[in-house]
Ligand binder design. Structure first.
Ligand SMILES: Nc1ncnc2c1ncn2[C@@H]1O[C@H](COP(=O)(O)OP(=O)(O)O)[C@@H](O)[C@H]1O
Ligand SMILES: [Mg+2]
Length: 401
């Protein structure tokens, strides 16, 4: 069978569950997490810890915690300490403390009966097993919102109480709580809240250049050499940055764009592939928005669409745009509008979210305004505009008759 060239060399590195060895721009937070849990490999049993990780979607909360979990358990193993890291997602457990604890328990006791116990009982059994096996557990409770919302405010309290009730015995259970919105903390009892607030790791949204570093690592791992250009990479990073610095969105775009490149049998991921990827995640720019543009705005947008359709670059300079617009005006027998007017169109079109502009010194070129088409595949836009413009033309011709 004939196999076309693929831009990928290892797609699994773009899997959202993949834990990379490097976490660019999270070094400080990663070290902090280690420091909070130093005791687990130095003098386990002496104390427990509760840490809170907060940050918006795609700021790396989950991956940070898992990365830590992998490392710390490896270190413990070398020291022959039976330390376990278990990561449970409250949303997947439908906000039920019972299910969360059951998952933790199944890790130690795969055949534990699934029914017949309350959450409190399972918690007791879990601690008992930890005692029996002289084991320690760091339980990471991800998407804690769901637990607080559904399980109620005292569920976490139960988890923390279980340690406090056995002061003389070794401390075995530590918690990492992962939460998007710190305001959910207000729903907790004051003692749980204040412990969590003491050990808080806040993850800020990634900037474009930070996202570019993160994505660059994934490009090197997942794609063949020279299939993703720096310009395309920057384009994706910028798109993810405008989606609140969401690294997940960036990785998803990268993967989808690669898929589109393969589907179109390209040897490189083009900006058009990225736009198709964006359009497949979100709806296209709405047709009625395009329809309501003035006729010269349409002509201008048509010229941009034509440039982007063939261009390997994700960005177009103002000069290139003006030239293309002149060509389109000639074709449609229209007198072209001046420079100032074009600036107004650009402002209008970016306000509508159809194009994006950036004052940039990107690449080797000097500082000018660059235009990109972030959301809609150029080919779709061109066809749509050509259709609308030809109907308008026909109409005005009939009027003239
Ligand atoms: N600093 C980073 N370095 C490498 N990959 C990262 C980094 N931050 C996030 N990611 C990746 O981005 C995606 C989203 O991260 P995730 O931890 O799921 O975010 P959150 O849990 O905050 O929503 C994951 O695929 C993750 O591996
Ligand atoms: Mg997460």
């Amino acid at each position: 069978m004939y196999h076309h060239f693929s831009v990928f060399k290892n797609e699994s590195k773009l899997d959202l569950n993949y834990i990379p060895t490097r976490l660019p721009h999270r070094k400080f937070q990663r070290t902090l997490l280690n420091q909070f849990f130093r005791f687990t490999v130095e003098n386990p049993g002496e104390m427990t810890q509760r840490v809170l990780i907060t940050g918006n979607v795609g700021t790396g909360k989950t991956v940070l915690s898992q990365h830590f979990g992998l490392d710390i358990t490896k270190e413990a193993e070398k020291k022959e300490i039976n330390l376990n890291y278990i990561h449970v997602n409250c949303r997947e457990c439908r906000g039920s403390l019972f299910m969360i604890l059951q998952r933790a328990l199944l890790n130690f006791h795969p055949h534990f009966p699934k029914r017949g116990y309350s959450a409190e009982e399972i918690l007791q059994i879990l601690i008992q097993i930890l005692d029996e096996q002289n084991a320690y557990l760091i339980l990471a409770i991800d998407e804690l919102e769901t637990l607080i919302q559904i399980g109620g405010s005292d569920t976490l309290y139960k988890l923390t109480r279980v340690q406090e009730a056995r002061l003389k015995a070794p401390q075995r259970l530590s918690l990492i709580c992962i939460l998007r919105e710190p305001r959910y903390l207000n729903k907790l009892d004051s003692s749980t809240r204040s412990t969590l607030q003491r050990n808080i790791i806040r993850l800020d949204e990634y900037s474009t250049s930070q996202l570019q570093d993160i994505l660059k690592d994934r490009v090197d791992l997942a794609f063949k050499h020279e299939t993703v250009s720096t310009s395309t990479l920057h384009f994706i990073a910028e798109l993810a940055s405008s989606e609140n610095g969401d690294a997940r969105y960036g990785i998803e775009l990268l993967w989808r764009a690669g898929k589109y490149a393969d589907a179109s049998e390209l040897s490189e991921v083009s900006p058009e592939c990225v736009r198709k990827a964006v359009a497949s995640v979100y709806p296209l720019v709405q047709k009625d928005v395009v329809f309501s543009l003035s006729s010269h705005e349409k002509l201008f947008l048509l010229s941009l669409a034509r440039c982007f359709k063939h261009s390997k670059a994700a960005y177009l300079s103002m000069g290139e745009a003006e030239q293309a617009y002149a060509v389109v005006c000639e074709e449609y027998n229209e007198k072209k509008r001046g420079h100032t007017q074009l600036w107004k169109y650009i402002k209008e079109l970016s306000a509508l979210g159809i194009i994006k502009t950036e004052l940039s010194s990107f690449g080797q070129r000097g500082k000018t305004t660059y235009i990109s088409l972030p959301r809609v595949p150029a080919l779709d836009l061109e066809q749509e505009l050509a259709k609308i413009l030809s109907t308008e033309n026909r109409r005005s011709n009939t009027h003239a008759d």
